[in-house]
Design a protein around this ligand. Structure first.
Ligand SMILES: [Ca+2]
Ligand SMILES: [Ca+2]
Length: 447
């Protein structure tokens, strides 16, 4: 018979009391501590030790390379009925900026760019589609407040003296500086981010010098203009593919994106769309002639990209309405024809890895609600996934899966996947600002 230590006995009794106090095992708080090699829901990592300096800290937080640079990419649905959602997002930008202003050491060095979800239809001549669509190019409609570049730049000058002071939790204040436009032309080492030329020195509301490429003193206004394009785009929306192209393509084909993604910057990707991702793994999905894939409509994205408890029927001679439950993304190994979400997760993680350095990545999706029950109707000679009642918004499964896979902590899903139909838009950008602030401050070298 195994001898039970008195401590183990005590632990056993306490554990049993805790268990019986819970209604179910789901309520059971994981008692496994940091350093036991198992990642608990409130740990970002657990490498089996409580040592710093090996990529996972003694507090089970990922150790990022120290930087104040943050690249923000928005992947947006430019269709006309999205205007009200664009406005809602722009209205909440101060939630993010006010938190970033109190980052220790001052406002981060920001790049902000916008791309569309139109990357064509893999060579198919689908209505409204060109060869590669916008191809991940950063978009700039007629925006006179961003004259020279396709993305917003707002960085601190280098190589000059700035008299500054900051109280914890308050904005950096500057009482004087020796900076000029020349301190905005940064020459950095190979492998590090390069800033575009012709940045102008301005003084912000706290008296601190900044180098910017926008002429109106307001990021909100510039962003609002970047989102303000209403053109008919290719109906095969591919936000995940557009994201990767925007982050990896540059000169000579994509001068708009030149130096947007800096290899030594943290990265934020924000999706804003009423559609789900329909990035195909094969051109035939977008081919009108591939009749074996069913009617040539967006319902192909669901039939070949989603798996439910019931097999897809879509037989209009039998039904005009079909209901499906327990739906989730269908992988390529399950016969799906959309590109696996996990492939984009792996590729995006590569974007924020540079040699042995790792940078922070946060993805946020503003999209239709995550609904695992789908209703499909046959109307006007075609099958359609039914929109949320009274809206132009359809449920979302793939971007939900993507943000879930990219999230670090279980609690992140309370804000990094956000339904467009939510009444209050307060949470996501506030949480994003807090997370960025924490990541930047904790990776800064100690004074
Ligand atoms: Ca653990
Ligand atoms: Ca460690």
């Amino acid at each position: 018979m195994r001898f039970i230590h008195s401590f183990e006995k005590w632990f056993f009794v306490v554990a049993m009391m805790a268990l019986t106090a819970c209604n179910s095992l789901l309520d059971w708080e994981d008692p496994r501590p940091c350093g036991n090699g198992q990642v608990a829901s409130d740990e970002e990592c657990d490498d089996g030790n409580v040592q710093d300096g090996d990529g996972c800290s003694a507090r089970c937080e990922i150790e990022y390379a120290p930087t104040k640079k943050v690249d923000v990419l928005l992947v947006v649905d430019y269709s006309q009925d999205m205007a009200k959602f664009h406005d809602s997002l722009v209205e909440r930008i101060p939630d993010l900026l006010s938190t970033l202003k109190i980052v220790r050491g001052g406002f981060p060095d920001l790049h902000i760019g916008v791309t569309s979800m139109d990357v064509g239809a893999m060579g198919n001549l689908a209505p409204g589609c060109t060869e590669n669509g916008d191809d991940g190019r950063l978009q700039k409609p007629d925006c006179p407040n961003l004259p020279d570049h396709h993305y917003i730049v707002d960085i601190a000058p280098l190589g000059c003296d700035i008299a500054q002071a900051q109280r914890p939790g308050e904005e950096l204040q500057c009482t004087g500086h020796s900076c000029s436009d020349a301190n905005c032309s940064t020459v950095t080492q190979p492998g590090l981010g390069i800033e575009p030329p012709d940045l102008k020195l301005v003084t912000d509301g706290q008296g601190c010098p900044r180098c910017r490429n926008y002429v109106v003193n307001d990021i909100q206004g510039v962003l609002s203009c970047l989102l303000n394009r209403t053109t008919l785009a290719c109906g095969w929306e591919q936000p995940l593919e557009a994201m990767m192209r925007a982050l990896t393509k540059s000169l000579p084909t994509h001068p708009e994106n030149f130096n947007f993604r800096r290899p030594d910057a943290h990265l934020v990707v924000i999706f804003l769309t009423a559609e789900d991702d329909c990035t195909s793994a094969t051109p035939e999905l977008y081919n009108p002639g591939a009749t074996s894939l069913g009617d040539y409509t967006g319902v192909r994205c669901w039939r070949w990209g989603v798996r439910c408890d019931q097999a897809w029927t879509l037989d209009s001679s039998q039904n005009l309405v079909e209901n499906y439950s327990g739906c989730r993304p269908r992988t390529e190994s399950e016969g799906g024809k959309l590109r696996d979400v996990s492939r984009y997760v792996n590729e995006l993680r590569q974007v924020v890895t540079s040699g042995d350095k790792r940078y922070f990545i946060q993805t946020i999706a503003f999209a239709g609600p995550h609904e695992t029950n789908l209703r499909v109707e046959y109307r006007n000679d075609r099958w359609e996934v039914v929109q949320i009642e009274g809206t132009d918004v359809i449920p979302n499964l793939r971007l939900f899966d993507f943000t879930w896979r990219m999230s670090l902590l279980a609690s992140d899903m309370q804000w990094c996947f956000f339904s467009l139909l939510s009444e209050s838009w307060d949470a996501p950008l506030t949480h994003l600002g807090q997370r960025l602030r924490a990541v930047i401050e904790r990776s800064m070298p100690a004074k």
